[in-house]
Design a protein around this ligand. Sequence first.
Ligand SMILES: [Zn+2]
Ligand SMILES: [Zn+2]
Length: 237
Amino acid sequence: MFVGDPHGRVTIIKNNINKYQPQSTILLGDMCYSKAIEQLYSGIRNLYWIFGNHDSDRQSWYDSLFKSSWLSQCLHASVQSLSGVRVAGLGGIFRPKIWHPKSGVMYNDLLEWKRGHNGKRFAQLERTNMTSIWPIDYAYLATQKADILVIHEAPSSHKFGFEELDDLAASLGARLIVHGHHHQFYTGVLDNGVAVVGLGLAQIAHMDIEAFCLAKNNKEIFNAFKFTNNKNGGELS
Ligand SMILES: [Zn+2]
Ligand SMILES: [Zn+2]
């Protein structure tokens, strides 16, 4: 089950987890939680996440994820096999001060950034950096294989999306991208043939894993989903 940007919402998400009883749940970032995530979702098994750009806006939001005992359930810059499906994750967004496709690469990784700042302490900036997309993480993922790519930032199917993420899905051999960030629900297909699901605020996309694995084309991939209407938690289809 995939969950669009929670922005503080917990109850509606837990209600859906209890309703669908998914084998695993993935939060797509911008949780903006002030309490530790393992506390908010205590009793929920197999909860995974990537971070969004807003998860570094406040120290408490940052700590709720990055100082959590569920940090190991962060899918960022890794591939994990969930119920037999390989899921790659990339949290954060492109930022011009680190790497933006329009302006190019400023720093490859945090070490380079620290060197570039002469050892000065920029606590707030350093926190913000943690929710930026770094070339080193992208490059690592591009060497991996996965069935699904979950990202916070959008690929080119969204008008504010980036072809670099289309290319990453292609390198991974992924058939599907699920993303958040724009709080807009849609399904689409990239020029390279990869299916895309964009989710709205705290919107749920429940995927039938077997149907996804057996899907012969993008239509069958989309048919493997049930989506909720994030406004009232009811079912869209
Ligand atoms: Zn966002
Ligand atoms: Zn958001």
